[in-house]
Design a protein around this ligand. Sequence first.
Ligand SMILES: [Ca+2]
Length: 271
Amino acid sequence: MLVLWVCLVLLEHVRTEPSVENIHMLAPEEHEFILNLGHTEIPTDCYELWQESGGNARDGLYLIKPADAPIAVYCAMHEGGWTVVQHITVNSSVDFHRTWDEYKRGFGSLTGNHWLGNGYLHQLTGGLARYKLGIKLVDKDGVTKMGEYDPVLVENEDAQYRLRLGLFRGTAADALTVDTENYLHDNQRFTTKDRDNDNYFQNCAKLEFQGVPGGGWWYDACAGANLNRRNVIYWQKDCNKEHLCKYAWMMVKPSDHVKLVYGGDCKKDEL
Ligand SMILES: [Ca+2]
């Protein structure tokens, strides 16, 4: 009986673990909380699940498949099926001062503070569907501000995960495409402590504020916004060292607009 039980447990692990590429972002006891575990069809993103549920799906962990391999993500379903790609709590115990490879594959806990991974950000936003980026900020008094960039594209690793953003709307400041702090984040490549792609003579990811480095980000020379510095969530006038924010989220979902793709193979018939 014990042998059978051990076999079943092993079988369960074989069935679920190797197939989920970012399983390192879940504690073993959290695996069973993946809400669509065992389903044969794995959706592209949280929005697809939200739509299929008629808008009734609950917040939580789900498997999605933005490219070839399934990954686990946290879905913010109550807010319309967003796929969460970053979450930070001020003074988070999760260290955001990580290497290029860690930012590529993701780190932290999907049910808490985390970075989903630049590779997955590219998979989600770089396909045929047009995506938008959502920003949610909550200050120390519980006041929430929101923002959206439509469209969003995170380019591939060869392009150093360069960020491409469209028009902004929302109640938060536009801290990524407007250079009111003399720093512009749109069109910048990603920088980590071990890969300096920024426009400053030193590495912006290593610059410390009260002993805490900036962490990976799409730095200019350096930042008008940075959601990956653990001790101060920074978003221009909305979140900074004078006006502390407690939480931030970055999320993606398909845009209401169609993606315009340049068709290099299309030939116009001569008339
Ligand atoms: Ca530099």
